[in-house]
Design a protein around this ligand. Structure first.
Ligand code: F0G
Length: 401
């Protein structure tokens, strides 16, 4: 059986214990698989022969599949026109908007809710800037268990709220930001025996590491020089790094890509820590950005994410909301890839680092776009020219073409 290990004090616990942080020192926990356990399950040729999807990587996951709606197997696009705009020779977009609920969170939830079912739990909960709550609601519905979600009032894109409502979650709006909602849901989950499925839960992160596995497979088993992704609560960057580290330890890949995390200018505690070579993140009290998915001042996975960047020689950068919108439009108009604002920060960040000479044009890069365009239609109306309303006669229409 896999075990949970504290990344700070190395205390070890059974994966059947419901733990989110270390009971001894409050450090973050990580799922650890015994060498023998993986070797016993792993047949690399067989794994390579299976169709893409989260569960093909079962030897590196902490439970069996119990609830799935065909998550993963998202497209990896070779983005030539975007590469030219960014200033690199070769650019790939791993588009996680292609998941069933329109974001990468599905990868975590198929595993997290499967684990909940394995342990016989009947209630799952989270705080969310939107996508986590959408995914949790849908996987909860499919599994036939209760989902409770806490959202920062007025700061969640409507498409995400709509998903949580339609799929039958108990949706509670907190008159404060995401960081406060997360503090509250952690307490509420303890009080009410609800299984917490925010990214502080190490089991959920195991599903998300498959983004890196898939991208490498889709590149013909070649490791890119860099992987860029948006950072909010810092779970995803940590998960991908952990997964690829495990593959390197098992000689499936020869090296790690440099992990690069991008935040918005108005919400960048992670970037500040990396730029100042810090081992700890100083929380920001008033995060603000149009990329509401990453409007987070106190990333709970900070220590893991800092390690991901330092361990791989990666970097972190911030971009303005304007740069995010520009990249979002370029993705849409040069490549036909529609993403929500947070997702576009990965491309905006890459462009900035190329311009600064920190990333070389010949570095092979994968940008992860994390959520679908239609998640946040309010933002689109804000940043695009609205349609022109005209009289219904041919001449008027022709005059407008
Ligand atoms: N991109 C999107 C579209 C997201 O929804 C999130 C996080 C991130 C990037 C950042 O990922 O937190 O692992 O660093 N959304 C969370 C939520 C916080 O509640 O949906 P991270």
């Amino acid at each position: 059986m896999p075990e949970l290990r504290c990344i700070s004090c190395d205390s070890r616990f059974s994966d059947q214990e419901i733990l989110y942080t270390c009971p001894s020192c409050d450090g973050l926990l990580e799922v650890h698989y015994g060498e023998a356990e993986i070797e016993e399950k792993l047949d690399i040729d067989e794994m390579k022969s299976l169709d893409l999807g989260v569960w093909k990587y079962r030897p590196f996951l902490p439970c069996d599949e119990r609830v799935s709606i065909a998550e993963g197997a998202t497209p990896l696009y070779e983005a030539d026109r975007l590469a030219e705009w960014v200033g690199v020779d070769e650019l790939y977009i791993k588009n996680e908007g292609g998941n069933p609920t329109g974001s990468f969170k599905d990868r975590g939830m198929t595993v997290g809710v499967s684990k909940a079912l394995e342990m016989g739990l009947t209630k799952v909960g989270c705080a969310s800037t939107g996508n986590t709550s959408a995914a949790l609601s849908i996987y909860g519905a499919k599994a036939g268990i209760d989902a409770i979600v806490l959202l920062p009032a007025g700061k969640v894109a409507m498409g995400k709220v709509a998903q949580a409502l339609m799929h039958g979650a108990n949706v509670i709006s907190i008159k404060d930001n995401f960081d406060r909602a997360l503090e509250l849901v952690r307490e509420a989950c303890n009080e009410k025996d609800i299984y917490l499925l925010n990214s502080i839960n190490p089991i959920r992160l195991e599903g998300q590491k498959t983004i890196g596995y898939e991208a490498i497979e889709q590149l013909g088993w070649e490791v890119p020089d860099r992987i860029f992704l948006p950072v909010g609560n810092a779970g995803n960057i940590s998960a991908i790094h952990k997964g690829l580290t495990e593959w390197k330890e098992h000689d499936i890949i020869p090296k790690l890509p440099k992990m690069c995390g991008i935040q918005s200018e108005g919400s960048k505690p992670f970037v500040e820590a990396i730029k100042n070579n810090k081992k700890k993140i100083a929380p920001e009290g008033e995060p603000e950005t149009l990329a509401t998915a990453i409007r987070i001042g106190n990333p709970v996975n900070g220590p893991k994410a800092l390690n991901a960047v330092y361990d791989t020689g990666g970097t972190a950068e911030s971009v303005t909301d304007q740069e995010i919108v520009e990249a979002q439009k370029k993705l849409a108009r040069l490549e036909g890839i529609g993403v929500e604002p947070a997702s576009a920060s990965s491309v905006a960040g890459l462009k900035k680092l190329v311009e600064q000479g920190e990333v070389q044009p010949d570095e092979k890069t994968v940008c992860v776009t994390t959520g679908h365009l239609l998640k946040d239609s309010e933002e689109i109306i804000e940043v695009c020219t609205p349609p022109t309303e005209v009289e219904p006669d041919l001449q008027t229409v022709l005059n407008h073409i």
